[in-house]
Design a protein around this ligand. Structure first.
Ligand SMILES: Cc1cc2nc3c(=O)[nH]c(=O)nc-3n(C[C@H](O)[C@H](O)[C@H](O)COP(=O)(O)OP(=O)(O)OC[C@H]3O[C@@H](n4cnc5c(N)ncnc54)[C@H](O)[C@@H]3O)c2cc1C
Length: 432
């Protein structure tokens, strides 16, 4: 395709193309919007997704619309911001242009913030059968799959097949895996027995498999130990040093030879940066991340930048790159914006350094862990802090209100009320 993206006029203003409206891209465009640039924002979706709460969609605690925000609504009053829904296919640095699935467009400055996707570490079989959770769509699919399995379990008399349908294995003991396993355990305890009284939930096993020797590797030792204790308290079978080698849709075989039988293998074991064509291979580091300098400039380039999960930046404090978390993305976008202002004032650019404000993970009601600059918190206090921080981070007052109402309702009634199986008539159940 070589047609031009339509209805974006060339003007006297320098054009900044920002690709990806996640945490980094959206922050940057919101900061840049009042300035003297023409901004083109491109994303393959027409909404921003709040990934930290995907697990609550998957476990029927929240509706997708509560944690997704329409991008157009944010820039309704910004005539210099043009949003286009489309996918980046290729960057052409020699021409200062990008190729997308809706056409080609030239830039003066290009900022790449397209984030990351699930990493199956090259295992095609696991990719085919495991269920990832890296988009709202995948989280919704996961919810449907779990509910569908219980509907089928009701009609099953064979004990082996019943176990396949009821058991759930979560792979990856980072925050996503821990939060997912905890939420599923609470569903098993408070919700599913009421919905499916004919099923024996003593049979249902929830297992969390982690390849390393501890949970929550990016957090403190205490956070990992506390999370493990909380999960055990919720009857999750936590298995450390457990690496999944194969999964055929029914049996997950570990490196140790141990076998776990389930039709629901939820994959939260790693991510890799999203790819596109056009940049030299030597610009990519581990995990497919693009190598940038301390000003977020792609190595060897003057006008291409990469931010967030996509970017690989070494600093004295982060010698192997930053953690792939929302705060890094947001802070890099803010630094880039501030540096753009410094350029206009002929001031020296400032190097980026990440200010770690802390990290947290929740396991269940009243159970969470937080590592803060002041120390480690756990239990109820950590849980309330987790709720507050996440509520404040969600985009839009209406979304905040809906999430707050949902959480209060779920807390008081011990029930999530969103267990609808909404499918297109052509949807087939894979993994028969
Ligand atoms: C389940 C889950 C839970 C998480 N929990 C936490 C947490 O509790 N705390 C925390 O700090 N971090 C958490 N993270 C990580 C955090 O979400 C990321 O670090 C953060 O989103 C990175 O921001 P980003 O802007 O780099 O990318 P993203 O926010 O991922 O945004 C990338 C954007 O690019 C778009 N895009 C992708 N490919 C293309 C393309 N080819 N063309 C056009 N657009 C494209 C996508 O649609 C998306 O809008 C979690 C992630 C997941 C998946």
């Amino acid at each position: 395709m070589s047609n031009k993206i339509q209805n974006i006029e060339d003007t006297d203003l320098p054009r900044v193309i920002v690709v990806g409206a996640g945490f980094a891209g959206l922050k940057l465009v919101r900061l840049l919007a009042p300035s003297a640039f023409q901004i083109v924002l491109l994303d393959k979706n027409n909404y921003h997704q709040f990934q930290p709460l995907f697990y609550q969609i998957a476990t029927a605690g929240l509706e997708p619309s509560a944690i997704s925000f329409p991008i157009r609504k944010l820039f309704q009053n910004q005539p210099n911001v043009h949003f286009r829904m489309g996918s980046l296919l290729e960057v052409n640095p020699d021409q200062n242009s990008i190729l997308t699935d809706i056409g080609e467009i030239k830039y003066d400055h290009l900022v790449l913030c397209i984030g990351a996707d699930t990493n199956f570490f090259g295992n095609e079989q696991i990719k085919k059968y495991a269920i990832p959770m890296k988009t709202v769509g995948e989280a919704l699919y996961l919810r449907n799959r779990i509910l569908e399995n219980f509907e089928k379990a009701l009609n099953e008399s064979d004990i082996d097949r019943l176990d396949l349908l009821m058991n759930i294995v979560v792979v990856g003991g980072g925050p996503t895996g821990v939060e997912l396993a905890g939420a599923l355990a609470e569903m098993k305890k408070f919700v599913l027995p009421k919905d499916y009284p004919e099923l024996d939930f003593e049979r249902m096993k929830i297992t969390l498999l982690e390849g390393s020797g501890r949970l929550l590797n990016g957090m403190s030792e205490s956070a990992g130990t506390n999370a493990r204790d909380y999960l055990t308290q919720l009857n999750v079978d936590v298995q450390l040093n457990s690496v999944v080698k194969t999964y055929d849709g029914k049996e997950a075989v570990l490196a140790s030879g141990a076998i776990y039988r389930t039709k629901s293998l939820l994959w939260a074991a790693g991510i890799q940066a999203n790819r596109f064509k056009g940049l030299n291979e030597d610009l990519f580091a581990r995990g497919g991340r693009i190598i940038v300098d301390r000003y977020s400039r792609v190595k060897g380039s003057e006008n291409i930048y990469a931010l967030g999960d996509l970017a690989y930046m070494e600093t004295p404090r982060y010698k192997t790159g930053h953690p792939q978390v929302a705060q890094v993305a947001i802070q890099q976008a803010t630094r880039l914006y501030r540096n753009s202002k410094r350029i206009l004032k002929n001031k020296k650019l400032k190097e980026f350094e990440y200010k770690d404000k802390g990290s947290m993970a929740t396991v269940g009601r009243n159970l969470a862990v937080c590592d803060l600059p002041i120390g480690h918190l756990k239990g109820f206090v950590a849980w309330v802090l987790w709720l507050f921080v996440h509520l404040m981070a969600i985009l839009g007052a209406k979304n905040k209100l809906f999430v707050f109402i949902n959480w209060s309702w779920n807390y008081l009634t011990y029930d999530q009320s969103l267990r609808l199986l909404i499918r297109h008539k052509n949807d087939n159940v894979v993994n028969e």
